[in-house]
Design a protein around this ligand. Structure first.
Ligand SMILES: *Cc1c(COP(=O)(O)O)cnc(C)c1O
Length: 373
């Protein structure tokens, strides 16, 4: 077939999204049935039992509410923000796309952080924006000085995930204060809090701190991580004002959030106890894993999330294959400066033990054994 169709080069030339390997794919590749899926930051405890109960009311034959009124109402009460500032997405990833489509024009500039979340670069580029990536410091902290310098150029959007995916730290109160003070009136701050629920108590709540500062912002949150609904796809944006929320709403497809996702999210939101308990277990395991990894002598930044970014001091792709042979899926980092890093989700205690055992084998602390088959 002749290549007669002119493609949009902004889209055709996008880098691929580096997704974690799917569990069924890993089973068929390795022949193992018992797979520890530690690549996609899902909740290892599943989701609240109230979700299954709510899904019994699902009617697949009816269109879901395009306005997600019940879910927005529940969020409005829980977060104490007006409903007309909340937009629900097919995952918060859809809200990353929507904010870009709502705000960016060809040759707009977007600033973000590296290493960072792939979609904070991919979606701006799909919309024809020029992207400026601010590296973290050598010891993998946010380089606030460099960010503030880049904001002097008045980019259209500044994307940051705090806590950082893939590294793990969150901005503290003083840092967030300095960032807010540096946001020019022309710049929209997109503050991605996908891992907010896993943070220590001292970490600022973006929704509370960003309000009433006079800057334009969008806070992103999701049901995929702490609430355990990754497979259903539901997340949300809270905008600083109704006009922004309205533009993002216009930028999404009308029936973007399916009926199952809406029912499940309302039920999950209603079971805060379940969420808090699973988060507490993950946070305790995060601490244990961090100490085990440090005891092997590897660099692992402190994390405020449900994952750890580890310098395994060898090619991340080689490490990925090693873990896969042991029935463990991790995420190899591909950016050249971080090609010796893997990102590992905190799993169930037994999965974490298995990961540590395989990590010790990789680092030659234990005699190599033949991978189980
Ligand atoms: C996981 C993640 C998201 C997207 O999650 P959804 O499943 O689309 O809600 C957004 N931002 C960051 C930083 C993430 O890690």
């Amino acid at each position: 077939m002749a290549d007669t169709i002119t493609l949009n080069p902004n889209v055709a030339e996008l880098p691929p999204y580096n997704a974690g390997m799917n569990i069924a794919v890993a089973r068929s590749k390795t022949g193992l049935t018992d797979i520890a899926a530690l690549a996609s930051n899902e909740n290892p405890y599943g989701c609240s039992p109230k979700v299954a109960a709510a899904l019994a009311n699902l009617d697949p034959s009816r269109y879901a509410d395009p306005a997600c009124a019940i879910l927005r109402g529940a969020l409005s009460r829980k977060l104490d923000v007006a409903e007309n500032r909340i937009v629900i997405g097919n995952g918060s990833e859809e809200m990353i796309a929507a904010v870009c489509r709502a705000v960016l024009q060809p040759l707009s500039t977007v600033v973000t952080i590296t290493p960072g979340f792939g979609l904070h670069e991919i979606e701006p580029r799909a919309n024809g924006a020029k992207i400026v990536k601010i590296p973290m410091t050598k010891d993998l902290r946010f380089d606030l000085e460099a960010v503030i310098e880049a904001l002097r150029e008045k980019p259209s959007i500044f994307f940051i995930s705090s806590p950082s995916n893939p590294v793990g730290p969150a901005l503290d109160g003083a840092q967030l204060g300095r960032l807010i003070a540096a946001i020019p009136p022309e710049t929209l701050l997109v503050y991605d809090e996908a891992y907010f629920e896993f943070c220590d108590e001292q970490t600022p709540d973006g929704l509370k701190v960003l309000a009433d500062n006079g800057i334009s912002y969008v806070v992103l949150r999701t049901f995929s991580k702490a609430h355990g609904l990754a497979g259903l796809r539901v997340g949300y944006a809270v905008a600083s004002d109704e006009r922004l929320a309205q533009a993002m709403s216009s930028a999404k497809t009308p029936f973007n959030v399916n009926a199952a996702a809406q029912l499940a999210a309302v039920a999950a939101l209603d079971d805060e106890d379940w969420m808090r308990q699973s988060v507490a277990s993950v946070v305790a395991e995060r601490k244990r894993l961090t100490e085990e990894i440090q005891s092997i002598g590897l660099f692992v930044p402190d994390s405020q999330t449900n994952f750890l970014f580890i310098d395994v001091e060898c090619d991340s792709t080689v490490a990925f294959e090693h873990f896969l042979a042991h029935g463990i899926i991790v995420k190899p980092w591909k950016e050249p400066a971080f090609a010796s890093f893997i990102r590992v989700t905190v799993g169930l205690p037994a999965e974490n033990d298995r990961f540590i055992h395989a990590l010790r084998l990789l680092k030659g602390e234990l005699p190599m054994e033949k991978a189980a088959s």
